[in-house]
Design a protein around this ligand. Structure first.
Ligand code: G3P
Ligand code: MG
Length: 245
């Protein structure tokens, strides 16, 4: 049976070649042929949704401390590119809305919710998504499956996905345990065998393993029949898919 090529999902943009979760990184991912991007979100003290992997500013900016304890006006002044390379000095932590403005309609945006922040993230995210009206383009994922369940209950039109790193006995059956419809599974790429994926996709689930960067692992994902591959190197994956189809 012919399986379609997996879609290319740029992890934090093109995190292997640009400072993760910056507009430069998302632009590069799109230029390299990513059909989707993955990003991580946190919330500032004054309720803005910002795109950053860590809950703290220390690793990827010239600031420090928790994002949730600081105002957006201060966070927006920080440099989020120089730590990666001088070439990217001046990149900022973007607001989620700025990434949505950058990414063309029809390109999938996988928003990974890192923490619930006692429900503040869910409220802010639901308000934002209602405002932009792009549910078709969005998949919300999280390692916190209760957040996912609550978001889907609150907004049934949302596509939601489960992140996990456990080698589950039956991936599709786990997704059915939630009391809401799950759109996608986002397993760590070592947390399944090929046969698991066939069962899940037969159940109608999209499967987007993370974070896959080596050519041999690309092939393993293709052989397993995944729907998409989350990678730090969208260009590398594109070249591999083109030369091996
Ligand atoms: O969404 C896939 C992947 O990003 C999950 O792990 O730590 O890279 O956000 P992490
Ligand atoms: Mg992530």
């Amino acid at each position: 049976m012919h399986t379609p090529k997996p879609i290319i999902i740029g992890h934090r943009g093109a995190a292997g070649e640009a400072p993760e979760n910056t507009l430069a990184s998302f632009e590069l991912a799109l230029e390299q042929g990513a059909q989707a991007i993955e990003l991580d979100v946190h919330i500032t003290k004054d309720g803005e949704i910002v795109v950053c992997h860590d809950g703290t500013l220390d690793r990827t900016t010239n600031g420090s401390g928790l994002i949730c304890q600081q105002q957006w006006a201060d966070i927006q002044k920080l440099d989020a590119g120089a730590w990666f390379s001088d070439k990217f000095a001046g990149e900022r932590i973007p607001l989620l809305s700025e990434v949505f403005d950058l990414v063309p309609k029809g390109t999938l945006i996988n928003v990974e919710v890192k923490y619930a922040y006692e429900g503040r993230m869910e409220s802010a995210l639901l308000a934002f998504l209602r405002g932009v009206d792009r549910n078709e383009d969005v998949v919300i994922s999280s390692f916190d499956h209760k957040v996912i369940q609550r978001l889907k209950r609150a907004e049934p039109a949302l596509k939601v996905g489960l992140l996990y790193a456990a080698n589950l006995i039956d991936h599709g059956a786990y997704a059915k345990l939630l009391e809401v419809e799950v759109y996608s599974l986002h397993p760590h790429h070592h947390s399944f065998e090929g046969s698991d994926i066939a069962l899940a996709t037969a159940d109608g689930l999209a499967v987007y393993p993370y974070t896959v960067n080596e050519l041999s692992d690309y092939q393993r994902m293709i052989d397993a029949g995944v729907t998409g591959i989350i990678t730090d190197f969208p260009g590398r994956l594109k070249a591999y898919l083109n030369s091996n189809s």
